[in-house]
Design a protein around this ligand. Structure first.
Ligand code: DP6
Length: 300
């Protein structure tokens, strides 16, 4: 009753912000993301009647992890204790969300160790209950999450896009995105963003389908700024940007690249692989993590 899974983090091109149902983590809106090849979580899960109690690698949010394990154990009708060992390929202190890759890897490893035969849809929906964005780390490549689960729009080799993460944050963020989602509706701009999204999502889908980089850049910057506008005007307000964030945005102006930012100060600079050198030259004073589109979660 042991299995090891790997799962990528993902960067949202259209963001998930706010929920219809907090407990079930049902999103207020559909979101679209790309899996990240260099931000991987590896998780080994073992259940055994020889274990006296549940043990999780230190340094992680153990309560939330064990609540998720309880959910999966209940599904399988099992009672054995669990030992979990998990590692990230990226520094957890770097301000890159590890909940997406973490809950996706945990879901696939635990479901396999308990011999639950779940489809990709079922794994995505189950990962969602641990962390909303984890639902998008189950399918491959470019992924859309609507309602209960996510599905792949295109495989990783569809388009040679890169996500060059400029690492600015070194401390864990003060307010978790889980808490932020619950207050999103208090922004006077929350409903305005939801109204704008169907047309924006259609534009992103066209940009992905036709591999139109300028169109992609315009849509993802627009949605990033719109989400941060909501965040900054909710009660209490959430400011994730700092002076360096703005400096990086200014640095990439004029380059064949665009930016997006999640619930942290790091900037994700997106470009086509053919422009990698050109973009990296401008960013060489920063710590960078260069990601290609990646497969979703799987057993190794
Ligand atoms: C800003 O998936 O971390 O990164 O469901 O509470 O775990 P929980 O939230 P989480 O939220 C991610 C928010 C975001 C945008 C995105 O990834 O879509």
């Amino acid at each position: 009753m042991k299995a090891t899974a790997i799962a990528p983090a993902n960067i949202a091109l259209i963001k998930y912000w706010g929920r219809k149902d907090a407990k079930l983590r049902l999103p207020a809106n559909p979101s679209i993301s790309m899996n990240l090849s260099a931000c991987i979580t590896t998780t080994t899960v073992e259940f055994s009647s020889d274990f006296e109690n549940d043990v999780v690698t230190e340094g992680f949010d153990n309560r939330r992890i064990l609540d998720h394990i309880d959910r999966i154990r209940n599904m399988a009708g099992k009672k054995e204790s669990v030992h979990i060992v998990t590692n990230n390929s990226f520094p957890t202190s770097a301000g890159i969300a590890s909940s997406a890759s973490g809950f996706a890897a945990l879901t696939v490893a635990a479901a396999t160790a308990l011999n639950l035969q779940l489809s990709e849809k079922e794994l995505s929906a189950l990962a969602r209950l641990g962390s909303g964005s984890a639902s998008r780390s189950i399918p491959d490549g470019f992924v859309k999450w609507e309602g209960e689960y996510a599905h792949s729009l295109y495989p990783p080799d569809w388009w040679d896009l890169l996500d060059i993460i400029v690492i600015l944050a070194t401390k864990a963020k003060k307010i978790s995105s889980s808490v932020g989602h619950d207050r999103a509706g208090s922004s006077p701009f929350f409903l305005k963003r939801l109204e704008a999204l169907p047309e924006r999502i259609a534009r992103l889908e066209t940009a992905l389908k036709t591999k139109n980089f300028p169109m992609l850049g315009q849509v993802i910057e627009e949605d990033c700024l719109d989400m941060h506008h909501v965040m900054q005007t909710q009660n209490p307000p959430l400011y994730y940007w700092n002076e360096e964030t703005k400096e990086v945005i200014k640095t990439i102006r004029g380059l064949p690249a665009c930016f997006t930012i999640d619930a942290g100060s790091n900037v994700h600079v997106i470009c086509e692989a053919k422009n990698e050198e050109n973009v990296i030259r401008k960013l060489r004073k920063y710590q960078l993590i260069v990601n290609k589109p990646a497969l979703g979660a799987h057993i190794i």
